[in-house]
Design a binder for this molecule. Sequence first.
Ligand code: AMP
Ligand code: TRP
Length: 324
Amino acid sequence: MKKRIFSGAQPTGKLHIGNYLGALRNWVALQTEYESFYCIVNLHAVTLPQDPSTLKRKTLDLARIYLAAGVDPEVSTIFIQSDVSEHAELAWVLNCVARMGELERMTQFKDKGKGEERASVGLFTYPVLMASDILLYQTDLVPVGQDQKQHLELTRDLAERFNRDFGETFVVPDPYIPPVGAAIMSLKEPQKKMSKSDENEAASIFLLDDPDTITKKIKKAVTDSGTAITFDDSRPAITNLLTIYHLLSGLPLEECEEHFAGKGYGDFKKELAEVTVEFLRPFQAKVREFDDATLKAILRRGAEKASAIASETLRNVYERMGIR
Ligand code: AMP
Ligand code: TRP
């Protein structure tokens, strides 16, 4: 039997090349080797305030982006989190397994919510809902970017604790964090990750940016002092841009440095912009191909398939705990 993958993204903000290079690209690369579940996590989205009609639209738009990126609905299961009510039910159970102290240590909550009197309780228990997503499907592997590593560690801890207290119930999942591209950095502040919630639009290349915008953003991206175009941790801006070049062009790492030896930042940025525009062109054309009816049919089918597995896991969990 094939091993299982689960991953997801929130239908908020605009997806950027960090989301693609850190996550989506690997979902596509791994989808045939594993039985794969790719979820649109709208219940996670509402841990922060969302406009209802925008959320609705973005939920379908994200399905479009999964498909355009190459997630094949004939191979992988694509569905909306709220269509499978077991996600919220298992989250309640795991909220009773998780400890205040371990959630207080989650850096994402510290960044987004700590000290905010008005932060929602949902934001605090966000990682528990994520653990439920993963554990419901007896997932073996979770392809994500570097920023989700701590949430995966919590997921493993919760699975192990539950298994110890109630008997073997959950597969303990491994993260898949790619060796290159797991943390694409901001074009403006290369010590910060490229983020959907960055107020400065010029810091990110969005997957749906037009060619002119992409070229301008790359041209204005900050660089490091010096002139060398090499991978070097002490020069994070150029290393980030070169990483993007490497992943989008497909040119092997070593050859990237060789390719730009003796060239200046101007030439490098021009080529990087061309590679990025050409890479995104077919993707953007594909995004426009899917009509709402097709998407809804794919998502309905996905939810049915996911529900069958999720309900079996939840039934087992309840039975072991003496619920029902
Ligand atoms: P989100 O936008 O938070 O729903 O993230 C969706 C996926 O993209 C997750 O697996 C993240 O780890 C990944 N991701 C987000 N930002 C980056 C980034 N700057 N570099 C690499 N991966 C990222
Ligand atoms: N927390 C993830 C993010 O913001 C999204 C997510 C929710 C997820 N549930 C998941 C990712 C389960 C992997 C597996 O990127």
